[in-house]
Design a protein around this ligand. Structure first.
Ligand SMILES: *[C@@H]1O[C@H](CO)[C@@H](O)[C@H](O)[C@H]1NC(C)=O
Ligand SMILES: *[C@@H]1O[C@H](CO)[C@@H](O)[C@H](O)[C@H]1NC(C)=O
Length: 301
């Protein structure tokens, strides 16, 4: 019996999804590559089985794709919710429809697909779900506010899911990459707002991508997607640098930051949160019922 695992990777045709697909295939596991168009699958991952999936489709179409994926090998061991894109622009200027499509693809679509696989995961009493998020979900900023919000929603849902699924031996992880040499910014575009909605009141976004890249180059801090893929594989396998994280860890942590920029921004956000909690202590510690009112409340319940 081969011990190879079956991976379902969404957005397998580019970026981190492609790097991970290549790495997983090279390790001898099988991949179902979920993409919007089969023609977009590069030759380097021809060994993967294609699955047509549009996360902007209806919930029932997405669940149908999940059911088809399960039939290909008769099981799936690792689901990687990787597909997604970044809406760029200022909250005031973006169309409601563009915002809803962002959440549909990055959040609702990932949830529908996950739901379609959970009965099988529970039955086999094993499985990994990796949600590829972004450090942006934890420490976000303009002009990616709504992209970051869609990832933050995903993270909140993922945290809950990891608790729900722990009794079934299903491990749920949030991967939080920092800056990697993907086409993220090219794909994100400079501004998703329609020209007639641009007010001119906010800073020009046209230089954002190149400034971001230049800053990371100056710091020599550019993530290597192949290394990210190797770490993700190790986290699922409990091998390599993830050996202690999975086997020796005292707790099943949910978050895996990738890249020194990600880890550093995470730490900075934690410090800010900690200062925020301290600065508001007098406020949050002033709202409990007084003794008399509390006794009244206790009587009523
Ligand atoms: C996403 O789906 C909505 C609703 O069906 C549709 O209006 C929109 O054009 C779609 N967007 C893309 C980018 O496919
Ligand atoms: C909240 O205020 C009460 C009354 O001053 C104090 O005894 C308590 O230690 C405070 N709790 C926290 C968590 O700061």
């Amino acid at each position: 019996m081969s011990s190879s695992r079956i991976w379902l990777i969404t957005g397998a045709n580019s970026g981190l999804g492609l790097a991970l697909t290549q790495h997983v295939l090279a390790q001898g596991d099988q991949v179902i590559a979920a993409v919007r168009k089969v023609s977009s699958i590069p030759a380097s991952i021809k060994a993967a089985k294609p699955l047509v999936l549009d996360l902007n489709a209806s919930d029932s179409e997405i669940k149908q794709a999940g059911a088809e994926a399960l039939k290909i090998y008769g099981r799936i061991d690792v689901l990687v919710n990787n597909a997604g894109y970044a809406l760029t622009g200022y909250t005031e200027e973006l169309d409601d429809e563009a915002i809803k499509t962002q959440f549909q693809t990055n959040f609702f679509g990932a949830i529908s697909l996950t739901q379609s696989l959970l009965p099988a995961f529970r039955e086999q009493k094993s499985g990994h779900i990796l949600n590829i998020s972004s450090i942006a979900a934890v420490a976000g900023g303009a002009p990616f506010g709504l992209y970051n919000a869609s990832k933050a929603a995903l993270e909140a849902a993922t945290e809950a899911l990891s608790i729900e699924l722990a009794p079934f031996n299903i491990r749920v992880l949030i991967i939080e990459p920092g800056f990697f040499a993907t086409n993220f910014f090219a794909a994100a575009g400079v501004n998703s707002a329609r020209p007639e909605r641009v007010t001119g009141a906010y800073p020009d976004t046209s230089k954002v991508p190149e400034q971001y890249v230049a800053r990371h180059l100056a710091l020599k801090q550019v993530g290597d997607m192949n290394k990210a893929a190797a770490r993700m594989f190790e986290v699922v396998s409990g091998t390599g640098l993830a050996k202690d994280f999975v086997d020796g860890g005292l707790r099943d942590f949910v978050r895996v930051p990738l890249g020194p920029d990600s880890g550093t921004r995470f730490g900075a956000k934690l410090q800010l949160l900690s200062e925020n909690v301290e600065a508001t202590r007098a406020i949050w510690n002033s709202t409990d019922m007084d003794e008399e009112k509390l006794q009244e409340f206790a009587k009523q319940t």
